[in-house]
Ligand binder design. Structure first.
Ligand code: SF4
Ligand code: SF4
Length: 196
């Protein structure tokens, strides 16, 4: 049962930490497979969501390492189709969120997920510095991080001409509040990291 003391070498298992940190028990899953059948990305994942739940239930270090190195956790869109279909209401998107942060923390990120992470970071930078999404800033940040400098370049002039890309960002009024939220969240995250 999650929440009880399952450990390997003194470290809590992922299922225990999921229970403690996001209040979700993977042991409620009885492998009906409805989540995987409805997941729009299941076919592209290395482990479909129901398989990932089963792997978490096993609580072995080898399997947990495979979970944290999986591409599945980065492909998940948080669309919530799985939880809508689950008879046990297992909150898989919340579990995926935890696994992503754990994968980053333990430096186990799947090599193919690096572009996805670069996109997330560039998106958040745009929100942090302008208070809203600035597409050109997002694209520039993403290309700078991934070195995909020339990819998709031919479509840029068409988008400019159609007015879909604004060269300069439009700043919102409460921009400083947004920046403070980022700073506070980052500080709290660092504090939690130091406690681990
Ligand atoms: S739908 Fe729910 S119970 Fe069924 S396999 Fe998925 S997580 Fe488990
Ligand atoms: S939230 Fe993730 S795992 Fe669930 S259905 Fe959507 S993409 Fe699949």
């Amino acid at each position: 049962m999650a929440g009880e003391s399952n450990h390997h070498n003194g470290d809590k298992t992922l299922s225990v930490r999921i229970y403690e940190q996001v209040n979700e028990s993977v042991f409620r899953c009885y492998q009906c497979g409805k989540c995987s059948a409805g997941c729009p990305l299941s076919e592209d994942m290395d482990y479909p969501p129901s398989q990932l739940m089963r792997m978490l239930q096993l609580e072995t270090p080898e399997v947990e390492a495979n979970i944290l190195r999986s591409y599945t956790i980065w492909l998940c869109l948080t669309c919530e189709t799985c939880i809508a279909r689950c008879p046990q209401e297992v909150d898989i998107p919340k579990i995926m969120d935890f696994l992503r942060s754990e994968s980053l923390r333990r430096k186990k990120v799947h090599p193919s997920a690096k572009d996805i992470i670069s996109f997330h970071k560039s998106f958040l930078d745009s929100i942090k510095y302008t208070g809203r999404l600035h597409e050109v800033g997002l694209i520039a940040g993403y290309k700078f991080r991934t070195y995909h400098l020339l990819k998709d370049l031919p479509v840029a002039p068409k988008l400019f001409l159609r007015g879909k890309l604004k060269l300069f960002p439009h700043f919102i009024k409460g921009k400083s509040v947004i920046s403070r939220i980022f700073t506070k969240t980052f500080r709290e995250y660092k504090g939690k990291e130091a406690e681990k």
